[in-house]
Design a protein around this ligand. Sequence first.
Ligand SMILES: Nc1ncnc2c1ncn2[C@@H]1O[C@H](COP(=O)(O)OP(=O)(O)OP(=O)(O)O)[C@@H](O)[C@H]1O
Ligand SMILES: [Mg+2]
Length: 508
Amino acid sequence: MTDPVLRMRDITMRFHGVTALSDVSLEVERGEVHAICGENGAGKSTLMKILSGVHPAGSFDGAIEIDGRPAAFRSLGDSEREGVVIIHQELALVPSLSIAENLRLGNEITRRGLIDWDRTMTSAADLLERVGLPQNPATKVLELGVGQQQLVEIAKALAKDVKILILDEPTAALNDADSERLLSLIERFRDQGITCILISHKLREVLRVADRITVLRDGATVETMRRDDPETGEGRIIRAMVGRDLDSLFPPRDPDIGDELFRVEHWSIAHPADPDRLVVDDASLTLRAGEIVGLAGLMGAGRTELAMSIFGRSYGRWVSGTAYKRGREVDLRTVERAIRSGVAYATEDRKQYGLNLIGDIQVNVSASALTRLARLGLLDLVRERKVADAYRYKMNIKAPSVRAVTGSLSGGNQQKVVLAKWMFTNPDVLILDEPTRGIDVGAKYEIYGIINELAAQGKAILVISSELPEVIGLSDRIYALSAGRITGELAREDVTQERLMRLMTAGA
Ligand SMILES: Nc1ncnc2c1ncn2[C@@H]1O[C@H](COP(=O)(O)OP(=O)(O)OP(=O)(O)O)[C@@H](O)[C@H]1O
Ligand SMILES: [Mg+2]
């Protein structure tokens, strides 16, 4: 008794001779939640871009059928008219516009040729309610956190008449509570008959919402499994993804913690648009050499703002606070000075702050440390290439060469380039903001190994992560941040999820 809403058959896609997909087939039942899993670069996003017309008919081989009828989409608009809506891995909202404007961009409600603002606003309010986002539609998108922007993207999909909703790593940037809310939303859509295709590296949530799971490996379909099959579990998915078992999520580590390396005291930062509102309120923290310190907090707690303000005051209005390295005050007033003082910040938002997407891998890796590659005032390109190659190898960045354009890499591999770039500045203090966002389970292990190695070299590392198991698994010590204030500190031996959650919600 099958009723497929979508059939993709023998899809093959090549980019300049590199085969991203070969003979991939996918069948999706009407009204099911179908998850697609696979390592970084396996071809998940490419398959969905083919389905949604981003890669137009003719650029790939194979056939697509929707509701039993052949489909040949030449653009996103084509697929949307058939009810296929994709929410990309990289969000595509216009930050300077309001929520309401974003919701209706390209899909405006008009009256006699003019935008009908009354109806635009009411419909926006309706849509926001359907996705559970209690925000004023007039709010500018730049004032929202990534999690809330994700909900706006989904509301935007609902504004169109959606039959198949494709979500490419929708919860990558969300904390547990927001992810939970989004998953319930997906379940609610299923009850309303909307078919969802979900790409995710978070296997726990895949197992929670998906009816069936298709695994891709190196551009080919490995298998499709049913969730209610008793053999289906994280182990089986991982085996299918990486072709082997993975015993532990964290590599072994023997911490060797030295003296204080970095400290900030009484750090207060005001909101850029509202000088009376403190986003970070009198925070003090210490990092020791060789220590991995976690910074945990809910969305909006001020973690990224704290990190960015330390890194050259890149966020907000500085109000007060002093930073010390090895006991001596350091000047972190600009990004250049922060880098010169040995502080680096690998950002969670690779598109906006992290990478030059039209540059190749080599250019990106060296971008923040060009002086390290200069010889007689000239950039030593041979060395630059060697360094980039070394990182590509070490971090297993999937690309034909370091001359590959960064924007053409899969999301997870772009994230690895961000890490390589900041590691190459050889900082003493490295702040990692969601370092494994969008990274597959196997590659996560590799990245944890690299973080451990950096700590073993005597660097101090501050890790921000929305995934509590990750913060707990990595850190020697954890600070909890709630509403801009540090509400407590837990040593590795004392950490439990419950204790941490209590601190993260204290005073909020
Ligand atoms: N526009 C493009 N030009 C060249 N190569 C591309 C392009 N888009 C994708 N690729 C390549 O195709 C392969 C599959 O990429 P894709 O983005 O589909 O992976 P993914 O499974 O979504 O990975 P991730 O989990 O990291 O997001 C990768 O090797 C990628 O570099
Ligand atoms: Mg992808």
